[in-house]
Write a protein that binds this ligand. Structure first.
Ligand code: GLA
Length: 729
């Protein structure tokens, strides 16, 4: 997997289908030589041959000669101030105030397995994965700073995980003002960049834009990865489609401020970078201290965007996350939020639970409003004790009663927040993020607890442990409903104020690490006003994620389509809600809402007590159908077939793990006049094998289905959907 070529001082990292090659220039600086489809062979330095000036530079003298220049080369982790003139991968202000770095190669190590990233989540490596890790060590003598570049090669998964570790040895403090996880110089260039962006209720919409001279980029400075942007990018060719062409994709295992940039120079080569956002980042390095960047995951696909997604889905589903739920089918739940918001009591919740049970559901989730005196969003965050007005017999009695029906019980928390109207705020007004003598902005009537503080971390760990131990709580929804402003911390000294955002994230990871290890059998669901923090960092602790507060069946198509570029369907929870829809006011058929949710992690979020008998009977059928098919839905191979960002209509499919069954869904949100011959074209079937369409009973070969397509029924009216279940004979 990792081959060192002594002759050239180069490293060839190979996964099943891809190669990544690094060479050390003049025994000093790592060059990025190649990343893409697997190549065979050893020597690679010839690839620097180029007409014009670049070649002359290769011939130049050693790096200590004044004539040595850094411009034009494809660097692997570029320094700052040396004359490269493109964005650096890291920068350091030394004790004199100078900003200059020059870390030179000192050696390499190849490790079996993967060392953990202290304090940060990362992708697991199991012994049977046989992964190897290359560490390239650089050292800046003047700064007395070691820079170790880590590359873990997952051959079986076709993924490379990268991060950097800094170790400081200087007597006086220096400051790290930029420390990215990945930097890649692609001499061949990329044409376009795909990103996932949006807003609340409109998460992970796909945007594809050209890369042109200068910088193309995006990021978040909201303290969380955000609704607006996702720490993910795919660099693609102009002709890359869902099924064909190349994609170079990366995602960050991180949940705070981040940036992604593609910097295109006048020669068309592109420097792609991803990591912690530099805005307000200033990390003090003291003698003996280390700084570890978050991990980045690199995926190359020669088989279009679906090829990229298949690789991400398999790795993330199997090697990200912890606890006992990773490999288990997720239960069908009823969530009380859209059913009754803040207005409920023990009996009302029980009635909902009874209806859920009757429909075959498996888990009742009590959402916001069960604690303190929280009758609306203005109070009680931080006061994690039960509201006896609503639940006079407490959580244990409620959980017991729900369990007695044969349902699991789950509970909502928003642990990182504090309401000004709370007992906690009265006791600890200094526990929130704030800047002294400045306004404290209350977004959704709440403030952020300062998770950079150990005492605040302990409070959250203790108060949640107490609640989770008081009753049989088998599911937790961990919410986060505001973004950071006035991000100051009382306990940090002046010279460490630039550390708050990152220390917050580290504090959050510590809390999550302890709680998810303490309660490994709980099904942990991540949420942040829907998908404001739906990133791989958070998903290292959670088994599923509430993808959006928008539960409209049509709006969900784009949100889920975009999310699936990166995230496996089992992580994407999708609830059938009532109509008119609470966010958009649209009415769609119940069967359409089922089809919209079903290819993902399906659940319900509506007042079943208001449903007609006919709707209840349909719900019963839906739950039965989902449970029968969910193994293949949650663990099969998901492929996008028709892009709703290109004309609204949408289609996707799932193939079971054994390849014998195929589910296909098609959606037509808006009727059009006089359309003929609409078809959907499944992929990945066995060409000569015969498949039975379980609805029509028709038997067709895989090649016919793929080439001629499945005809779509005619239907007058909006919100049409159709589903096929094909079984191989
Ligand atoms: C957020 C979540 C919702 C719900 C509410 C409760 O908006 O995304 O699902 O839990 O909070 O306040």
């Amino acid at each position: 997997m990792i081959h060192y070529n002594e002759r050239e001082n180069s490293f060839h990292l190979s996964t099943g289908k891809t190669s990544y090659i690094i060479a050390i220039h003049k025994n000093a600086y790592p060059l990025h030589m190649y990343w893409g489809r697997r190549v065979y062979g050893d020597d690679v330095m010839w690839a620097l041959d180029a007409p014009y000036r670049r070649y002359a530079r290769i011939m130049q003298p050693g790096p200590d000669e004044p004539a040595y220049t850094h411009e034009f080369f494809p660097w692997e982790y570029p320094d700052f101030g040396t004359g490269d003139f493109r964005p650096a991968a890291y920068s350091v202000i030394d004790p004199n105030g100078d900003n200059y770095s020059d870390a030179r190669y000192v050696g390499y190590r190849i490790l079996d397995g993967k060392p953990p990233l202290e304090g940060l989540p990362s992708v697991n490596a199991m012994p049977e994965d046989g992964v190897e890790t290359l560490v390239i060590s650089l050292y800046d003598e003047k700064l007395r700073l070691a820079v170790d570049l880590y590359y873990t090669v997952y051959e079986k998964y076709d993924v490379i995980a990268r991060h950097t570790e800094f170790r400081y040895d200087g007597e006086e403090p220096s400051y790290l003002t930029k420390a990215l996880s990945v930097s890649i110089d692609a001499p061949q260039g990329f044409d376009e960049m795909i990103q996932l962006c949006g807003s609340a209720l409109r998460e992970k919409h796909i945007v594809r834009r050209p890369i042109a001279n200068g910088t193309t980029g995006f990021g978040s400075i909201r303290g969380v990865s955000s609704h607006q942007e996702t720490p993910f990018a795919a660099l693609v060719g102009k002709n890359t489609t869902e099924h064909t062409g190349e994609a170079w994709a990366m995602t960050l295992v991180y949940s705070g401020n981040f940036s992604v940039t593609a910097d295109c120079d006048p020669y068309g080569s592109v420097r792609v970078q991803m990591g912690i956002n530099e805005t307000d980042f200033r990390w003090q390095l003291t003698k003996g201290s280390t700084f570890i960047t978050p991990e980045a995951l690199l995926v190359y696909s020669g088989e279009g965007l679906n090829g990229m997604s298949h690789t991400f889905h398999t790795l993330l589903r199997e090697r990200v996350g912890r606890g006992s739920w990773t490999d288990k089918e997720r239960p069908v739940l009823l969530n009380t939020w859209e059913a009754c918001y803040f207005t409920f009591d023990h009996d009302h919740v029980m009635k909902l639970a009874q209806a859920a049970k009757k429909a075959g559901m498996e888990l009742l989730v009590l959402d916001d409003g069960w604690f303190g005196h929280r009758d609306n969003a203005t109070s009680s965050l931080g006061d994690w004790f039960v509201d006896k007005k609503k639940l006079p017999r407490g959580l244990k009695a409620l959980a017991d009663d729900i369990n007695a029906l044969g349902l699991k019980f789950g509970l909502w928390f928003e642990p990182e927040m504090i309401s000004v109207d709370s007992e906690l705020y009265k006791a600890h007004p200094d526990w929130c993020l704030h800047v002294a003598d400045r306004k404290r902005s209350e977004w959704r009537d709440q403030l952020y607890l300062d998770l950079s503080r150990a005492d605040v971390q302990e409070y959250i760990i203790d108060s949640l442990t107490e609640v989770l131990s008081c009753a049989n709580i088998e599911y937790v929804k961990w919410d986060n409903n505001r973004r950071m402003s006035e991000a100051g911390s009382d306990l940090l000294p002046r010279e460490r104020k630039g550390e708050v955002y990152h220390r917050y994230v580290l504090g959050l990871y510590r809390v999550l690490d302890i709680l998810t290890k303490r309660f490994p059998d709980i099904l942990w669901e991540n949420c942040s006003s829907g998908g404001a923090r739906f990133d791989v960092g958070m998903m290292c602790y959670f088994a599923q994620n509430w993808a959006s507060d928008d539960t409209d069946g049509t709006a969900r198509l784009k949100i889920q389509y975009g999310s699936s570029l990166l995230m496996p369907p089992v992580w994407i929870t999708s609830h059938i809600s009532e109509c008119p829809n609470h966010q958009l006011g649209r009415t769609t058929p119940l069967s359409y809402r089922e089809h919209s949710s079903m290819p993902f992690n399906m659940g319900y979020e509506l007042n079943m007590l208001r449903m007609t008998d006919e709707e209840l009977a349909m719900t019963n059928e839906q739950v039965k159908r989902y449970k029968a098919l969910r193994r293949m839905i949650q663990f099969g191979e998901f492929t996008r077939l028709q892009d709703p960002f290109d004309g609204e209509n949408c289609a996707w499919q799932t193939v079971s793990e054994d390849g014998r069954e195929v589910l296909v869904w098609y959606y037509k949100p808006f009727v059009q006049p006089e359309e003929a011959y609409l078809r959907v074209f499944p992929t990945g079937l066995d060409e000569k094998a015969e498949y039975t369409d379980t609805v029509t009973g028709r038997v067709l070969t895989g090649s016919m289905i793929m080439q001629i397509g499945l005809p779509i029924d005619w239907h007058n009216g909006d919100s049409f959907s159709q589903m096929w279940h094909l079984i191989k004979k």
